[in-house]
Ligand binder design. Structure first.
Ligand code: IMP
Length: 180
């Protein structure tokens, strides 16, 4: 098993490239079946989801796909609902579109909760979520439960395959878990 040290922390390989590929194929098979006669708009959430999105979209052989990218930053302000800041805003019209948001990982679900509300407010006819990883124990927003999940994970911090540690290591070909 491979391991790496990053910024003083020890990480061990948790999902190998071939395990990730199986997860991606399994997600793609479901989307291929569900969207065969539709023309969904994939909204990829930068930066982390770019690796998963590249693999997933190329496995969607049965779907006529359109893809766009956004970058957001979620934070809690004075309001308890939190606020979504668009660093790279949505450039596509989502009115009457079937939207699939593509994420690297759903943790508290705040980002997805807010993005779904935004897409619905813009008139999307449906909004689903595809994510490589999902931390069910951490979910705080019921409507943020992803529809298509590569792999579930408990509360550990993970890196690689798009996921970063202070901006680095997104390029690792496997997903690594931090070890105490
Ligand atoms: P949420 O809004 O709380 O669901 O957070 C989602 C975002 O938190 C992801 O898109 C990641 O950028 C980040 N994140 C959450 N858990 C991890 C992790 O284990 N490793 C790296 N980034 C993470």
């Amino acid at each position: 098993m491979r391991s790496i040290n990053e910024q003083g922390y020890h990480f061990e390989e948790w999902l190998t490239p071939s395990e990730i590929a199986k997860d991606v194929q399994q997600v793609a098979a479901r989307i291929n079946a569900d969207y065969r006669d539709k023309e969904p708009l994939f909204v990829v959430v930068l930066n982390g989801a770019f690796v998963f999105a590249a693999d997933l979209l190329r496995a969607l052989s049965d779907v006529r796909c359109e893809v766009t990218f956004i970058r957001v930053s979620s934070y809690y302000g004075m309001a308890t609902t939190g606020k979504l800041e668009f660093i790279v805003p949505l450039q596509q019209v989502v009115d009457n579109r079937d939207v699939i948001i593509v994420e690297d990982i759903v943790d508290s679900g705040l980002t997805i909760h807010q993005l779904k509300a935004h897409m619905r407010a813009q008139g999307a006819s449906s909004v689903k979520v595809a994510t490589m990883l999902y931390k069910p124990n951490k979910l705080e927003y019921d409507d943020a439960k992803p529809d298509y999940i590569g792999h579930e994970i408990t509360d550990e911090f993970v890196i690689g395959y798009g996921l970063d540690f202070d901006g680095f290591v997104r390029n690792l070909d496997a997903i690594y878990k931090v070890k105490e």
